[in-house]
Design a protein around this ligand. Structure first.
Ligand SMILES: *[C@@H]1O[C@H](CO)[C@@H](O)[C@H](O)[C@H]1NC(C)=O
Ligand SMILES: *[C@@H]1O[C@H](CO)[C@@H](O)[C@H](O)[C@H]1NC(C)=O
Ligand SMILES: *[C@@H]1O[C@H](CO)[C@@H](O)[C@H](O)[C@H]1NC(C)=O
Ligand SMILES: *[C@@H]1O[C@H](CO)[C@@H](O)[C@H](O)[C@H]1NC(C)=O
Length: 475
């Protein structure tokens, strides 16, 4: 509908600079319609204008009458628009983030989903050698297998007039808010990956627009979008766009391709433009799901009230074989226990309420612990670490992020006596004598994540939980 006033003002000066350039010997202004022609432009520029012209003539005449007329019309309309102050664009990319490649751009941006193209029109940052920049908009840059599933988005810059040989497709829809393009093709609906790979990065990238931002999703997963709809709706007041199926040419005043990501389940306020924090992120979630408790406050043991503890239970692997005993042990200590299997946790909004009503979350290492994001501030997370020298990898996912969330972290590392691996391997097997050698063979998943259940030593576990009970209650 309209270009932002600020944008117009900011680039007005650039526009006059471009007008000065017109005094230079005029060059042929050519029109290219087919996007698949674009990569050749660089080549033609190198080999001289004559050849370029010949190639163009051939290309244009082969497009047929209708296209030619369309081309003429778009040329007139674009030149009419350009007769005013042309909008100059600017593209900045950062390929040195650890988690993701990101590009931000502003000016005259034309986004075409089906061809995964973003035209950065009349770009002041145009360089012939990188007029096309591609990014896979996902935040696990170091994981080749994951990244290979992510669709590449191309940013195609054109030089400012009169040096541009390319007229990008004409807008069919105009938006007056920023665009954010990202992929849901990475890790399915796994709650840990959804949070750390996408939801937290979306918050860092898009929350500053207060809902006035258009989300465009490549590798669109309907199930993912459905599951996280409440969060997406809080980030953007507009329905999300299925990028790959979108035939429109959408024009935006600014855009982000790729999401900013700082760390696992975390935000570095120093890297965030707005000084965002994980505490702030959790407040954001609390408002989305109307969660009542901002803070967990110590309960007095003599009051008759009990601190609430949610026991996150797993199935199939890293399952507690004696979960009933474990639950009654903590209940005997004075906790009010909520046992939650995967089926209870699958309704995110409902489970968010359950978690928020609790002071403590306990569970064996796994995606279910990600629900800690819904605990009240000053709540406690107890991670049960399975056998296999897994302390550091487990801390990386669910230990290190905890303090920044305003939560407290307790670890319970299972012993060789507490793993069902002992029913399968003799005690002189490397699984017990040298678990690191299994890790070095890249078999952590097979042996230590998928390959074991946990049988807690109830006395040992009770001791650890009693200490916790005393630390979060008062006389
Ligand atoms: C394009 O390449 C130039 C020179 O190599 C570089 O300075 C510039 O930052 C690049 N632009 C982008 C948007 O990556
Ligand atoms: C690019 O990202 C790195 C890593 O986060 C950061 O240190 C650097 O300042 C960024 N560069 C620019 C130009 O923003
Ligand atoms: C863990 O326990 C479940 C349920 O008894 C069982 O189906 C699964 O095979 C066990 N996994 C391992 C690795 O022992
Ligand atoms: C956080 O919990 C600890 C332990 O229960 C307690 O000592 C402290 O006062 C709590 N802090 C707040 C702000 O409630």
């Amino acid at each position: 509908m309209m270009e932002g006033h600020e944008t117009t003002k900011q680039y007005g000066r650039g526009g006059r600079r471009a007008a000065l350039c017109l005094l230079l010997p005029p060059l042929l202004v050519l029109v290219v319609l087919k996007t698949d022609f674009l990569p050749q432009v660089g080549h033609f520029r190198e080999t001289g204008f004559n050849k370029f012209t010949e190639g163009m003539v051939h290309k244009v005449s082969s497009l047929g009458l209708d296209s030619a007329r369309w081309q003429e019309q778009s040329l007139f309309e674009d030149s009419k628009k350009d007769a005013g102050a042309p909008t100059m664009s600017k593209l900045t990319c950062n390929f040195s983030h650890r988690y993701s490649d990101t590009c931000t751009m502003e000016g005259d941006l034309r986004i075409h989903g089906v061809s995964a193209s973003v035209y950065v029109v009349s770009s002041s940052t145009f360089q012939p050698e990188n007029q096309t920049i591609t990014v896979r908009p996902y935040t696990r840059k170091w994981e080749q297998a994951t990244m290979s599933r992510i669709r590449e988005v191309s940013m195609r810059s054109t030089a400012p007039a009169p040096y541009s040989f390319v007229i990008p497709p004409k807008c069919t829809v105009r938006h007056d808010v920023p665009a954010v393009i990202f992929s849901t093709g990475g890790c399915g609906t796994n709650f840990f990956h959804a949070m750390t790979d996408l939801i937290v990065p979306l918050y860092i990238t898009a929350h500053e627009y207060n809902g006035h931002v258009q989300l465009l999703i490549t590798d669109y997963k309907a199930e993912w979008v459905a599951k996280f709809r409440p969060i997406l709706a809080a980030l953007s007041i507009y329905p999300v766009i299925d990028f790959d199926a979108d035939t429109a040419v959408r024009c935006f005043p600014s855009a982000h391709v790729g999401l900013e990501s700082h760390m696992i389940l975390g935000i570095d306020p120093a890297l965030s433009r707005n000084g965002y924090t994980m505490m702030g992120f959790r407040d954001f979630l609390r408002s989305i799901f109307s969660l009542q408790r901002a803070w967990a406050t110590p309960v007095s043991r003599s009051s008759g009230y009990k601190p609430r503890l949610v026991f996150v239970l797993r199935r199939h692997s890293r399952e507690l074989t004696n979960e009933a005993d474990a639950i009654s042990a903590v209940a005997d200590l004075g906790f009010e226990v909520v046992a939650a299997g995967p089926e209870d946790a699958s309704d995110m909004a409902k489970f968010a309420g359950v978690v928020n009503s609790c002071d403590v979350m306990v569970g064996v290492h796994g995606a279910g612990l990600t629900n800690m994001v819904f605990l009240p501030h000053n709540g406690t997370v107890v991670q049960i670490i399975p056998w296999g020298n897994m302390k550091y990898p487990c801390r990386f996912d669910f230990g290190d992020p905890v303090p920044d969330m305003g939560l407290r972290y307790v670890e319970y590392e299972v012993t060789a006596e507490e793993t069902t691996l002992k029913d399968r391997y003799p005690r002189d097997h490397p699984v017990f004598t040298d678990p690191s050698s299994i890790q070095r063979q890249g078999k952590v998943w097979e042996y230590f994540l998928e390959g074991q259940n946990v049988t807690l030593d109830i006395d040992r576990f009770r001791g650890a939980m009693q200490q916790l009970y005393l630390s979060i209650t008062t006389d």
